[in-house]
Design a binder for this molecule. Sequence first.
Ligand code: ZN
Length: 657
Amino acid sequence: MKSLWNDAEASQYSGDLLQRVYTSQLLGRDHTLVLHGGGNTSVKIREPMVTGEEEDILYVKGSGWDLETIREEGFAPVRLPHLVKLSKLDSLSDPQMMNELSTQVTRAGAPAPSVETILHAILPYKYVDHTHADAVLAVTNTADGEKHVREIFGDDVVVIPYIMPGFDLAGLCASRFARDARAATTGMVLMNHGVFSFGATARESYERMISLVTRAERFLEGRGASGVAPSGPGPVTGSPRELAALRRELSDAAGMPLVMSTHTGEKYLQFARRADVARLSQQGPATPDHVIRTKRLPMIGRDVAAYAQAYRDYFARNSAAAKEPKTMLDPAPRMALDPELGLCTLGRSAKDARIVADLYSHTIDVILAATALGGYRALPEKDIFDVEYWDLEQAKLRRAGKPPVFTGEVALITGAASGIGKACAQAFLKRGAAVVGLDIDARVANAFGTRADFLGVHCDVTSRDAVNAALDAGVNAFGGVDMLVLNAGVFPGGRRVESLTDEEWQRVTRVNVDANLALMRECHPLLKLAPGGGRVVVIGSKNVPAPGPGAAAYSASKAALTQLARVAALEWGADRIRVNVVHPNAVFDTGLWTEEVLASRAAHYGLSVDDYKTNNVLKTEVRSADVGELAAEMCGPLFAKTTGAQVPIDGGNDRVI
Ligand code: ZN
């Protein structure tokens, strides 16, 4: 492991707090040190109060911030003397401790200080860095962990036996540090948890962290226990229907829809196929930080009922011995290891599923390294349970509000790169859905920047192969298709019937009707497996009830599509799939309508552009966002008992009314 310290870069960060920001980001850049909000850092600064006196402040990483991207405002300023006083108390419950921490913060609006704040306060150094480095976890999660730690570090670190994070851990660290620290001490190793380093400057503390972790890495190398996980892509073996069926079962066990992402890299397949995978994976995670987000154990294979029963037994066993009454979490796993599917990870959102995957990827590295070192041995079940059912975590669950309506669900939207399709994608994302957006325009890939809950697939919907590949990609990413928005279509220029060629008629029909039939047919088995029931919204047109001259192919194709949707509504109701149609008209904020075209059409009717845009009964402008909102609402609870409906969204059209 190399120090990423760079003098030129560092000189951009002047002052104690900004230096803290800089080296925190350096730690965050290396995902074998910290990942997804794991780890924390601090700096102690003496500064003037508004009344003129000076006070000592501990700036500590706030919750919700990631070291990789942390900024100044991500650090919570806490009064240091109070923290030191707290550390001397005989006992303090964790909720009491969190209350003390948040009421001693000196800046309104600052994030909540880390649960490990007191631990930072008691270490007598200006800068303190804390990571859950893979190499240290591999060494400490073994039967001979403490012996290895002594061999690697000698007296350079203080060793702390495992106890749960929180007030008691801070107290234990304070007393062990006072007893064991020497002049040469540069760090503190917490068994089955992670490592601390400290120093007088940001650079010193950071480089000590790098040096400590490098020593652990060298030790693993020396024992042939590093780089043991294979890398590289693996074959995709699960069919979309198989994956969607597994996700459905897992969502049912959880009692709520979950997004599932599938990872078939060589590392996951090989791990899932090991003869000893059950023994290796059925121990707890390598550090308490991972417990809450990954749930304790992956499911081996696909027997969801057996997993759920084992989880209930685990809860019953451990909650009976717990001091406080506990509320059981849902018994569904958040990871499955299957010899054919590889690693499937689940979460309430695509982001959660990704976090689980990233954390477990590191867990596999740690398990394999520890195995090569003589045997992975994680914490006993009771310790894992204490973290999973920590009163702080249970309180967090009680505080959590109602999630957005499509949380855990997946929508597939065609024509999602621009116009109405993009507006639909926006409306579904806003409601918490993961969205697979298809478009013939390759820019769909970045239609929403990079975010975990949007997968943009470049796809010509008239190509069966392209559609199947897009469905594969979508189901691999999110686990199914619960909602389908058929929006992609073509609107050819005006042509009277007597000059309409077969070619043009067929081209329009191919996109507006044939492609949608194929999509509906291919998605039907997936929609049928949707945990909350399948939903289809067809973007029709005012031209269905009120066709326009010169638009024969368009009007007829949208009418055929509408009729197709009505028949699907009849046939699929028994499969819990609702099919509805919206008929927009005169939506001008799309790529089709440039300022020029608008001006010329308005002039054609002798109207101003504004009058032309609002030329309807309500004299209102219909925007693509309005259509997107309606499409999303039609998939929500408001329309739960409606299927086969056609709803105009046109500001009122006298030919339709
Ligand atoms: Zn920690």
